[in-house]
Structure formats: structure tokens, C-alpha cells
Design a protein around this ligand. Structure first.
Ligand SMILES: *Cc1c(COP(=O)(O)O)cnc(C)c1O
Length: 220
């Protein structure tokens, strides 16, 4: 386990944001990191995030990082600050609907599939283009979602060349989306990539936001 302070020092140099991934950890283990100044916490399960949000200070920014089912969006829409895992038009439409009901704007990232693993969620290039074409055919219908970037996960492997290549691919996809659709949108700026095992590579390859769990809170 690395200390919170050490990780923060490293991230400060490159202006990379930290999502402290607190999934499976109880509130009393998360609060010390809050007291050290951390305000962005990431969870991958809706019910767990709702429970923690109720118990913890209200100035926390909650980020949903795991796969999200459309029928559960309504539970987090009142408070979630960013959803990293938008992987279908259907999900995007549901987030828009629930954010509107709550009179909010929810920041979202498009989750892109690059890992060489069947099990990892995310859009492929064709699905991305379909989603973007639909979104841009009537952007007025999307007043309550703010697309601020992309998220991705590298393959779980010891092959650092492969990991680096996948992060390079994510950066390329980000540039493609920026140039094709959001050239004048300043806040389309986030590349959420890098976890405990690969965040240093992710930063070298242009990550703006790393999602670190076990290194901060210990093994799950
Ligand atoms: C659990 C999780 C993380 C953090 O993983 P660690 O290896 O504990 O740092 C990051 N991103 C996602 C999507 C996760 O589910």
C-alpha cells in the first residue's frame, strides 16, 4: 500500500486527478482519506454508493466507475457527479432522463473498449460513431448530460508494452472524438485511465484522471 500523500505528490506534477476507489471498503476506512483532503471517490456498485453517500459528508464528488444498468440510474441521479461507464445510447438516454427529472447536469465519460478481454465493457469504434451521430443529430435533447471525456481499462497483464499500447489507443480515440465532434468544447478534456497496477504508464500516455483503489485502501 502506498501512502495517499505519496500518490498525491506524484499526481500533482502532471496535474492528474485522483479518483479514490473506495468500493467494498467501509465508511470508517474511507473517512481518514477524506480527512486528508480527498473529495473524489469512486464506486462500482449503485447500492453501495447510495449507502455511502447518505452516511458521508455532502461535499464529496461521487464517481460511478463500474458497469451501470439502466434501471438503476434513478438511484444515483440525485447526487452523482460523474459517470465513467456510459457504454450505450440507451444508457446515455436514461441518464439524460433521470438528470432532467432531478434538474441536474451529470458529467459523463464514454467508456471505450480497448482491452484484449471479452469481459471488459465499453463501446467499440462503430458503436461510438453511432452514439455520437445520434447525440449530435439533436443535442438539445441532451441538456442534462455533459460529455467530458472517455474512460478505458487496459488488459490485466504483466506485459507493460501491451498496456502502454492500449493506453495509446485510448488517447488516440480521445483525440479522434475531440477533433471530429468537440473541437470547440473546452470541457471535453478528460481521459480516465490507470488503476493501482498501471497508473504510472497511464499518466505517461496522457491520463488526466486515475482510478486508484487497492494502493490506497489495501487489498479487497
Ligand atoms: C476497482 C476498479 C478500479 C481500481 O482498481 P485498483 O486495482 O484497486 O486500483 C479502477 N477502475 C475500475 C473500473 C474499477 O472497477
Amino acid at each position: 500500500m502506498s501512502s495517499f500523500e505519496t500518490i498525491c505528490e506524484e499526481l500533482k506534477i502532471t496535474h492528474t486527478k485522483l479518483v479514490a476507489v473506495s468500493k467494498t471498503k467501509p465508511v470508517e476506512e474511507i473517512m481518514p482519506v477524506y480527512h486528508k483532503g480527498q473529495r473524489i471517490f469512486g464506486e462500482n456498485k449503485v447500492q453501495e454508493m447510495v449507502d455511502k453517500q447518505e452516511q458521508m459528508p455532502k461535499d464529496i464528488e461521487w464517481h460511478l466507475i463500474g458497469h451501470l444498468q439502466t434501471n438503476k440510474v434513478k438511484y444515483i441521479a440525485p447526487f452523482v457527479s460523474m459517470i465513467h461507464s456510459i457504454d450505450s445510447l440507451k444508457l446515455l438516454n436514461e441518464v439524460e432522463k433521470q438528470a432532467a427529472k432531478n434538474n441536474r447536469v451529470i458529467n459523463i465519460l464514454l467508456q471505450m473498449h480497448v482491452a484484449n478481454e471479452e469481459t471488459k465493457f465499453g463501446l467499440d469504434q462503430t458503436e461510438l460513431i453511432e452514439l455520437m451521430d445520434y447525440y449530435l443529430s439533436n443535442p438539445k435533447n441532451y441538456a442534462h448530460v455533459n460529455i467530458v471525456g472517455i474512460m478505458g481499462m487496459a488488459t490485466n497483464t504483466n506485459d507493460t508494452n501491451q498496456i502502454r499500447n492500449e493506453f495509446k489507443q485510448l488517447k488516440g480515440i480521445f483525440q479522434f472524438i475531440k477533433n471530429s465532434y468537440f473541437i470547440n468544447k473546452k470541457d471535453f478534456a478528460e481521459i480516465s485511465m490507470g488503476m493501482s497496477s498501471d497508473y504510472t504508464i497511464a499518466i505517461e500516455e496522457g491520463s488526466t484522471m486515475v482510478r486508484i483503489g487497492s494502493l490506497l485502501f489495501g487489498h479487497r
